[in-house]
Design a protein around this ligand. Structure first.
Ligand code: COA
Length: 333
C-alpha cells in the first residue's frame, strides 16, 4: 500500500522586539520611505541577547506539535533549514534534537537559504514515502540580526532581513487521505553563487576567517539586488507553472499561494502573473522582513491560524534565493 506525506500541523515564533524602519534610519543613511517603497517592509523582529536560532526553532516546533496533535517523543526525524546556524558546525538539527529532549533521532541540516524550507519539505516527503520515517519535524529558522552590518556600508541588506522561526509536522498517511503533499520541483544554478552570499568564514581561501576579512566586510551578506530581482520575477512563475502542469492543474486551481517573502514587489509581480486575488496570496513581509528559511512556513502557519487556508485546499509554496536555488511544492493541506 503506498504511503504519502501530509502536513499535520504548523507553528511559528518570532522574537518580541520590533525594529522599525525609523529605528534603522537612526543607525544608517536610509529612510522609512525608501525601505517601504523598494521592499514593502515596515518593521521586522530581532532577537534579544542570549536567544539563539535554535531557541526560536524550539518554540515554533513545540507550537507545531501542539497543532498537529503530536507528542515530542513521536518525532522520528528532524530536518532543519537555516543560513544562520548557532555554530559553524555542527548544524542546528542536532542542537534542536537535544533541546526538545528527543531520543537519538536523525537530524539533517539544509543549507539552501531562501529555498531551504521547500528543499527540506521535499526531503521529508521522500523519507516518508520510502518508509524511512513517519513523523518528520521540518524547521526553518533564522537569526539574521547578528550577521548584518548596521551602518551605511551594510544598508542594502540590513534593511531587508529579520529573525523568526516556523515548523511543520509532516506525517505519513495512506492513499485514502485527501490531505497530502503532491509534488515538488527543485532547481539550482551555481553560476550565480556569488551574487548573493557571505564569503567568510569559508574554506575557498585561507584562513577560514580573519580580522582582515571582517574589516573588509566579507563576513557580512553581499547581495546584487538587481540581479536577484531579475531572476526572481521569472523563476517564481516558471517553477509554480512546472508543478501545476505536472499535476494537470492551472493557476486558477490554487486556493492559496505562499511565496517566499523576499520583497513585496516580487510577490506582487508573481501574483499578477498568476492572476490570483490578494486574499489568495500570503504576504507578511511588511511585519517581518525577509526571514529566509523561516519565511514560507511562517507565512503558511499564520495563514492557517487566521483561517485563510482550510483542510483540502490546494496550496502552492514557492521559493527563490541564494545559490541561486529555487523550487515549489504543491500540496493538499
Ligand atoms: N536605503 C537607502 N538607499 C539605499 C539603500 C538603503 N537601505 N540601499 C541601497 N540604496 C541606494 C543605492 O546605493 C543606490 O544609490 P545610487 O543610485 O546613488 O547608487 C540606490 O539606493 C538604488 O539602489 P539599487 O540597488 O539599484 O535599488 P533597487 O531599486 O534595485 O532596490 C532592492 C534594491 C534590494 C530593494 C532590490 O534590488 C530588490 O528588491 N532586490 C531583490 C532582493 C531580494 O529579494 N533579496 C532576497 C533574496 S531571496
Amino acid at each position: 500500500m503506498s504511503t504519502f506525506a501530509r502536513i499535520a500541523g504548523l507553528g511559528h515564533h518570532v522574537p518580541d522586539r520590533v525594529v522599525t524602519n525609523d529605528d534603522l534610519a537612526a543607525l544608517m543613511d536610509t529612510s522609512d520611505a525608501w525601505i517601504r517603497e523598494r521592499t514593502g517592509i515596515v518593521e521586522r523582529r530581532f532577537v534579544e541577547d542570549g536567544t539563539t536560532c535554535t531557541d526560536l526553532a524550539e518554540v515554533a516546533s513545540r507550537a507545531a506539535m501542539v497543532n498537529a496533535g503530536w507528542e515530542p517523543g513521536e518525532v522520528d526525524f528532524i530536518i532543519f533549514a537555516t543560513l544562520s546556524p548557532d555554530l559553524y558546525f555542527p548544524g542546528n538539527g542536532a542542537i534542536l534534537q537535544h533541546q526538545l529532549g528527543l531520543g537519538p533521532v536523525g537530524a539533517l541540516d539544509v543549507r539552501n537559504q531562501c529555498s531551504g524550507f521547500v528543499y527540506a519539505l521535499s526531503a521529508a516527503d521522500a523519507y516518508i514515502r520510502m518508509g524511512m520515517a513517519r513523523k518528520v519535524l521540518v524547521v526553518g529558522a533564522e537569526v539574521h540580526s547578528r550577521g548584518l552590518v548596521f551602518s551605511d556600508s551594510g544598508r542594502d541588506t540590513a534593511v531587508i532581513f529579520g529573525d523568526g522561526a516556523a515548523a511543520a509536522c509532516v506525517e505519513a498517511v495512506g492513499p485514502e487521505s485527501g490531505s497530502r503533499i503532491l509534488r515538488h520541483a527543485l532547481h539550482a544554478d551555481g553560476k550565480y553563487a556569488r551574487e548573493l552570499c557571505i564569503l567568510k568564514p569559508g574554506s575557498a581561501s585561507a584562513p577560514y576567517v580573519s580580522n582582515d576579512h571582517i574589516e573588509a566586510g566579507l563576513t557580512a551578506p553581499y547581495m546584487n539586488g538587481r540581479e536577484v530581482f531579475r531572476h526572481a520575477v521569472t523563476k517564481f512563475p516558471a517553477v509554480i507553472q512546472e508543478v501545476l502542469e505536472a499535476e494537470g492543474l492551472e493557476a486558477a486551481d490554487v486556493d492559496f499561494l505562499v511565496p517566499h517573502q523576499a520583497n513585496l514587489r516580487i510577490t506582487e509581480a508573481v501574483r499578477q502573473r498568476m492572476g490570483l486575488p490578494e486574499d489568495r496570496v500570503a504576504s507578511n513581509i511588511s511585519h517581518y522582513g525577509n526571514t529566509t528559511a523561516a519565511s514560507i512556513p511562517l507565512a503558511f502557519s499564520e495563514a492557517v491560524a487566521e483561517g485563510k487556508v482550510k483542510r483540502g485546499d490546494l496550496v502552492c509554496l514557492a521559493a527563490f534565493g541564494a545559490g541561486f536555488t529555487w523550487g515549489a511544492s504543491l500540496l493538499r493541506y
